[in-house]
Ligand binder design. Structure first.
Ligand code: IUR
Length: 464
């Protein structure tokens, strides 16, 4: 059998690793029988030379099999679904989508992550709710799925241990942005959930991992190919990520906006993503005859309150006191009686008259991260109350001196430099500029009965 050193050399020289060679590498990573320097060298060789599709599929399967692979009751066959997003700003889709899918008859073992770089993490958002427990054992997940239909949890210790090692080493060896390594990492974890169907929200734009559509499409295609090769019916959306999704960014503020959405009062762009991602999953599982029927079912589950009831039940099943969950989910609630409110607020004023043409979500996310909304590199705690509320919408006319952004902060307070960065993130234009701007315009290709205010979904890649 080839040694690890031989395998590194083969990949370094541009060779194609055999199935057995890839399994040998992942086995050594999982069992800690490889030196860190060797893992780093192999990751860099993969980053530099890439992998053909067969290698990526084998890598993903070997990673998936490095730990526990979940199993579900036979009567749930065909109903197990999940979604993954490559990360956005103000992206609270999971909080609405998981209960909406459960209300439509799916089982949703949603394993989510924490914030990565500037992007927010679903687990951090949910932890702003007092009592919510993201850590659930496999037996507890099964029980919540049986009683509620959805859960949103952190990765268990036993799921894909090889990814835990590789991910940490990718971070320190500058090999995070390698297509084969990203695909292996994402799809191995979804494969270990033993899903029937998976939908991926691959984002492109100024606030996304990939700035341009072509690069995002390449990742989306690979994820779809590898997911399907592992037996999970996998589809992907390519969606635009420039301005934040919805109007609120920051952990507890995003929980409030998700609850408002589940009460039928959510922003159009968020609902558009929820409908399309959910509609696709319902179509793939056969619970809906086509995408527009799937979109309608998701819409009905949200508007009719069935998704909200599932969310409340999920909160209770994951440790939130009954009274707290009931209060958050009641029609008229004082959210800040439950969720901590920041000590300070500050409004930013529009510097001129004009129409809001764009708003750089990346800048907002970076500033909020520094103000404590995200995890510091030293691993410090997240301040759930820090965030921001956009007071204007894309396409809206504003007057000089009108408030356009409200910051929620504690310690540290925003510095003059951070405030000027935020002001420069706002692009004001004339009406003419608005008409030609490509983030705006109604969307008429998805059969929506309530068209969103801007085009988010650029393309859909269906399972092969
Ligand atoms: N999320 C993952 O689970 N894996 C990755 O490699 C990336 C994001 I980038």
């Amino acid at each position: 059998m080839a040694s690890i050193t031989d395998l590194i050399k083969k990949k370094r020289d541009g060779g194609e690793l055999s199935d057995e060679e890839i399994r040998t590498f992942i086995h050594a990573v999982t069992n800690n029988t490889i030196e860190e320097s060797q893992t780093g060298a192999m990751l860099m060789a993969i980053w530099l030379k890439g992998m053909v599709q067969q290698e990526v599929v084998t890598l993903t399967r070997a990673m998936m099999s490095s730990g526990e692979v979940m199993s579900w009751p036979a009567e749930w066959a065909g109903l197990m679904v999940d979604k993954h997003s490559t990360g956005g700003v103000g992206d609270k889709v999971s909080l609405v989508l998981a209960p909406a899918l459960a209300a439509c008859g799916c089982k949703v073992p949603m394993i989510s992550g924490r914030g990565l770089a500037h992007t927010g993490g679903t687990l951090d958002k949910l932890e702003s709710i007092p009592g919510f427990k993201v850590h659930q054992s496999a037996a507890q997940i099964l029980e919540v799925l049986r009683s509620v239909g959805c859960c949103i949890v952190g990765q268990t210790e036993t799921l894909v241990p090889a990814d835990r090692v590789l991910y940490a080493q990718r971070d320190t060896t500058s090999t995070v942005d390698s297509l084969p390594l990203i695909a292996g990492s994402i799809i191995s974890k979804k494969g270990a959930e033993s899903l029937s169907a998976l939908v991926l929200d691959v984002k492109f734009g100024g606030a996304a991992l990939y700035k341009d559509l072509d690069a995002a499409r390449e990742l989306a295609k690979l994820l779809v190919q590898v997911g399907n090769a592992l037996g999970v019916h996998t589809a992907a959306l390519l969606s635009r990520m420039d301005a934040p999704i919805g109007r609120f960014v920051g952990n507890s503020l995003e929980v409030i906006e998700s609850l408002e959405t589940l009460k039928g009062r959510g922003p159009d762009d968020l609902m558009e993503l929820v409908r399309t991602l959910g509609g696709l999953l319902l179509k793939i599982t056969g619970l809906a005859s086509d995408l527009s029927e799937g979109r309608r079912q998701i819409s009905d589950a949200v508007i009719g309150g069935a998704a909200l009831a599932k969310f409340q039940a999920m909160l209770q099943a994951q440790g939130v006191a009954n009274e707290t969950a009931r209060s958050l989910c009641s029609a008229h609630t004082d959210y800040h009686a439950v969720l901590r409110k920041s000590e300070h607020r500050m409004q930013l004023m529009a510097p001129a008259d004009g129409v809001v043409v764009d708003f750089a979500g990346l800048t907002l996310a970076e500033v909020l991260h520094k103000l404590g909304a995200g995890r510091s590199s030293a691993g410090g705690p997240v301040n759930h109350s820090v965030g921001a509320e956009l007071l204007v919408s894309l396409g809206q006319r504003v007057s000089k001196g009108e408030a356009w952004l409200q910051l929620h902060y504690e310690d540290p307070a925003p510095s003059p430099d951070q405030i000027s960065r935020l002001q420069s993130a706002l692009t004001l234009g004339s009406h003419d500029a608005l008409g030609s701007h490509d983030t705006l315009g109604s969307h008429d290709t998805l059969g929506s009965h309530d068209a969103p205010t801007r085009t988010l979904v650029e393309e859909i890649l269906l399972p092969q």
